[in-house]
Design a protein around this ligand. Structure first.
Ligand code: 13P
Length: 252
């Protein structure tokens, strides 16, 4: 049985104090009422990491960052390295989110470099990708996704693939209120698992968690997660509301 995961991506939201209060309340909930089959991850801004690491140390909730530098260390003003993230107690880092790809021009080659640095630092990577609206409309979404995986992820050796979580996030569904239908999500997730199988073999493909992200909320989570290749979600907006986030975790 592969792992089910619900990860909250806070993006650039919440002051330090608000974030710590929120994390305390989520952690307390899952200490009293464990999340069952699902692993819960909070992906916070950098400034929250050490404080949230302390709050979630009982291990009911895991912690991740949303990005890391493309260099290991040195004179890169304003950057935060994978090694620094690891030193806070975080276990995960999101790499390749569509907002990084589009607003900060992060391409597949750079994201591949970040992924390697993350794994070398002892982090697990939540590797994100997905097509934009025009690509879906033109029917090129499978080609785009394959390229993003080939160039960004599939250079890794098979032994490293158990430190990867795949997150398919169609860009047209992120923050738009438009969600992929459960059938669209399943179709793409099945395709992605097929690509993993082709490259790394059946065992690797069977254990690979593939998350869906894009306007996932309590009202659609259960139906999305009921699909055989949808192993959970990467949640943006709804991860900022405790009740919604918990309801999505419980939908798994
Ligand atoms: P929304 O859930 O707000 O659409 O964001 C999804 C996302 O980008 C998660 O990384």
């Amino acid at each position: 049985m592969r792992k089910k995961i619900v990860a909250g991506n806070w993006k650039m939201n919440m002051s330090l104090e608000e974030g710590l209060r929120f994390a305390r309340s989520v952690d307390q909930y899952f200490r009293e009422k464990p999340a069952g089959k699902a692993e819960v991850i909070l992906c916070t801004p950098f400034i929250h990491l050490p404080g949230v690491a302390e709050i979630v140390k009982s291990g009911k909730v895991a912690l991740g960052a949303q990005n890391c530098a493309s260099e290991a260390s040195g004179a890169y003003t304003g950057e935060v390295s994978a090694f620094m993230i690891k030193s806070t107690g975080a276990q995960y880092v999101i790499i390749g989110h569509s907002e990084r790809r589009s607003y900060y021009n992060e391409n597949d080659k750079l994201l591949n470099k970040k992924t390697v640095l993350a794994l070398n630092s002892g982090l697990k990577a939540i590797f994100c990708f997905g097509e934009v609206k025009e690509e879906r409309e033109a029917g090129t979404h499978f080609i785009i996704v394959k390229r993003q995986l080939d160039e960004g992820l599939f250079t890794l050796p098979v032994e490293e693939m158990n430190k990867i979580v795949i997150a398919y996030e169609p860009v047209w569904a992120i923050g738009t209120g438009l969600t992929a239908t459960p059938e669209q999500a399943q179709e793409m997730h099945q395709y992605i698992r097929g690509l993993v199988k082709e490259k790394y073999g059946n065992d690797c493909a069977k254990q690979m968690p593939i998350l869906y992200g894009g306007s996932c909320k309590p009202s659609n989570a259960a139906e999305l997660f009921s699909k055989p290749d949808v192993d959970g979600g990467l949640i943006g907006g709804a991860s900022l509301k405790k009740e919604d986030f918990i309801a999505i975790v419980e939908a798994v």
